[in-house]
Design a protein around this ligand. Structure first.
Ligand SMILES: *Cc1c(COP(=O)(O)O)cnc(C)c1O
Length: 496
């Protein structure tokens, strides 16, 4: 097998191995790492249909991460996809109301980020060993809620790593906060800041760029790394479940071998849907990739007009993990439709950072025919949760409901009736209040855990362990700091 190397979307410069790309996160020129080519899947879909999730992961990831040995990858996969998932299938597929919901939320934090963040720590530690990095890896993350907990759960107790998470003290939901501050593991550190998410994010970015701090850390045997969604170590594990989903539909006789399916993905940073696109390019028979947005419909507008424009009001919705105006991973698609032209990609990204807007050419737009865009507003999202529940008893979370609604309109307006897989990105128990109110009812006085019990009665799905665990859990992280104190907090945790 020839080695697959990764280059930057913004430069023609050096190419690095997969393990280097995982360690670095971002290329030196600020671009994202992309593989030189998308590898073809190593076996037929029929053969994949006989594999477990872990076996599928090994076969798919081996093609992308070619400098990892099979034994190394197997160890990473076995460490990640084990009993911390509450089902042996890892990602079950549920049929409801004419669609196939790919449940990506059976991991420790009951949202799809677990799919990648449960394996990233293992990939990173392995990559560090392969590259003779002697330092301990310190993951530094700012979170608006979901990523922080998923990263904590992934890195907790992983030897050779420490993780520090900054969250806006008053900017996350009570359950999200409780999930983070009760995190166990001596290598974890959770800090509330007096500021908003942007402040936390800027503070973290400033530390990454601080050469003095970097040297100080190095002298004490530490180096920073990032777990954010542009790391190819997060992207590649997400390709796996689209291959697995197709295999499972085939195995169950729902589709014929070679039959195309459509995939609808509730989208924020464009990571999940990009993984589906890579799966298609690798050989999974996927027809359309339907990109579902909430009211922050910057991607819908992009697919409709060819103009990406973040100059608009930021809307807080009931699907907060999709409240994003800069979809970082879109850059990888832009690079591709620009004919892998790093100069053009860099120019567009410069325009985005200077003016908040860029427009692609007609020729580039023609390259987007694999995609369709759609969006669902708050009322449509609520109506979708209610309608699916009333017709089938199946309860969708708010993010999945956005996709479900968009997928439904796509089918109705185009008449394209290929079987549809909907990426189901969170358990309804993560957004219990919105979900319960959508199903019908007023729960003003009821606290969140009581509401979860109520949802269990309605749905017949037991309250997940992830929620039960934090019900009475002890608060272990009480540090709160000013934005200006973030560096000192890091120093004191690391003892440097
Ligand atoms: C992060 C997230 C998304 C968006 O995924 P992207 O890969 O950023 O597009 C959708 N739903 C949930 C529940 C998420 O946590």
């Amino acid at each position: 097998m020839s080695e697959l190397l990764y280059g930057s979307t913004r430069g023609t410069g050096e190419r690095v191995t997969a393990s280097r790309a995982i360690l670095k996160g971002l290329a030196d020129d600020g671009g994202l790492f992309v593989p030189d080519r998308i590898p073809a899947l190593p076996m037929s879909m029929g053969e994949f249909s006989a594999l477990s999730y872990q076996e599928t992961a090994l076969a798919v990831m081996g093609e992308f991460l070619t400098d990892f040995t099979e034994a190394e990858l197997r160890a990473c996969i076995d460490g990640a996809y084990d009993s911390k998932f509450d089902t042996e299938e890892i990602v079950p597929i549920k049929e409801a109301d004419g669609a196939y919901y790919l449940e990506l939320f059976h991991g420790p934090t009951i949202a799809f980020k677990d799919m990648a963040l449960s394996i990233l720590p293992y990939l990173m530690v392995t990559a560090a060993k392969k590259n003779q990095v002697g330092n301990e890896i310190v993951i530094l993350t700012a979170t608006s809620g979901d990523t922080g907990k998923a990263a904590l759960a992934g890195f907790a107790g992983v030897p050779g790593t420490k993780i520090i998470v900054f969250y806006p003290k008053d900017g996350v939901s009570p359950i999200q906060k409780k999930q983070m501050v009760t995190q166990k593991g001596a290598n974890t550190f959770v800090v509330g800041i007096r500021g908003n998410f942007d402040d936390a994010q800027s503070g973290v970015k400033a530390m990454f760029g601080d050469e003095g701090l970097k040297q100080e850390l190095d002298a004490h045997g530490y180096q920073f790394s990032s777990a954010n969604s542009i790391n190819i170590g997060r992207l590649v594990p997400q390709v796996v479940y689209y291959v697995y989903a197709y295999g499972q539909l085939l195995k169950r006789g729902i589709i014929q071998d070679g039959e195309e399916i459509n995939v609808t993905v509730p989208t924020g940073n464009f990571g999940n849907i990009l993984a589906a696109y890579y799966a298609k390019m690798a050989g999974v028979p996927i027809g359309k990739l339907i990109c579902a947005s909430n009211e922050n419909k910057v991607l819908f507008d992009f697919f409709r007009t060819g103009a990406y424009d973040r100059n608009r009001e930021f809307i807080l919705t009931s699907s907060p993990s999709m409240d994003i105006l800069i979809s970082s991973n879109l850059e990888r698609l832009v690079y591709k439709i620009a004919g892998n032209d790093a100069g053009r990609d860099a120019a567009l990204m410069r325009e985005l950072s200077e003016t908040g807007r860029y427009e692609i050419t007609d020729a580039m737009r023609e390259e987007l025919s694999d995609f369709a865009g759609g969006f669902a507003g708050e009322e449509e999202t609520e109506a979708e949760i209610r309608a699916v529940y009333e017709r089938t008893g199946y309860v969708l979370d708010t993010h999945t409901a956005v996709a479900s609604s968009v997928g439904r309109s796509y089918r109705e307006t185009t008449g394209d009736d290929r079987k549809m897989v909907i990426a189901s990105t969170a358990s309804p128990y993560k957004f219990t209040r919105s979900v319960m109110e959508a199903i019908g009812g007023k729960y003003d006085g009821m606290e969140d855990f009581a509401l979860a019990d109520k949802l269990a009665e309605l749905s017949g799905v037991p309250v997940p362990a992830a929620v039960e665990e934090i019900r009475g859990a002890e608060v272990l992280h009480k540090t709160v700091c000013e934005i200006s104190e973030m560096r000192d907090v890091v120093r004191s945790f690391l003892g440097v």
